[in-house]
Design a protein around this ligand. Sequence first.
Ligand SMILES: C[S@@+](CC[C@H](N)C(=O)[O-])C[C@H]1O[C@@H](n2cnc3c(N)ncnc32)[C@H](O)[C@@H]1O
Length: 249
Amino acid sequence: MESIRRRFDEVKDISPILEEIRSERLVDGARSCAIIGCGYGELELAFIEQCMPELETLTAVEPEAESVVELKARIARQLPNVRSTVFEQAVESWAVSCDQVFDVVVMFHCVTEIPEPERRPLFSRLLESLMKPGSLLLVVTRNGRLDGSQTTDSRIAEALTGRPYDDSKWYDDTRQLLQSIGFTVGYERRYVLHLNVENLDDAFFALQAHFCDEPTTLEHVEQVVRSVIGDDKWNRREMFFGLFRKPVV
Ligand SMILES: C[S@@+](CC[C@H](N)C(=O)[O-])C[C@H]1O[C@@H](n2cnc3c(N)ncnc32)[C@H](O)[C@@H]1O
């Protein structure tokens, strides 16, 4: 994973957005926060450190055991004065039994990991029971390219599987779902994640292999990835950062 992590610096790519949220004080009074599907928490903790100076309690929900180990160490190091609880669990099952209410719920790059049929019940549960009136849900995910061209991920996935793969409406679809449930859009920014694709290595090819339905060789994945990426040094991934509000009514 280290070799993948060195290829991008998303905290840097979102720093102008975090600076704007901080200066406009959009979440600065938040005292309780849930971070969902947070992996080891790099983006989530950067967001909290920069934008939520008054945070008192943090709940983290992440099903992957290896990430949870690093997440706990990072929380202890970066937020020593915040009371934290980490649930090593899928958000769908956590949400059903959770009886807390939050000022902010954070979902960086995890909505599309949640099985599609589970998303509406999950967001409804957040809105109806787990978020305070006026509180905010942060959703960050990929969207289509502004110039309308196909994304690199979808080109690689289609070349590996032979089936259509459409990631161009991930954010738009999520926004539509959230609005249909009753959230309102509070703040939205598009940003670009810059991925260094020089000197591609096995770790990178192994990561791309997750698109495959059937086991395949790393050599095959490498051949496909190289044919899509060519000699590029940098790859652009276009993202959306959205804050959705639970109405006060
Ligand atoms: C692409 S990673 C994003 C990690 C982190 N939020 C980030 O942006 O760096 C997606 C994360 O969602 C988690 N995940 C997958 N299915 C989940 C579920 N049903 N409930 C909660 N988290 C889930 C994965 O374990 C993984 O850590």
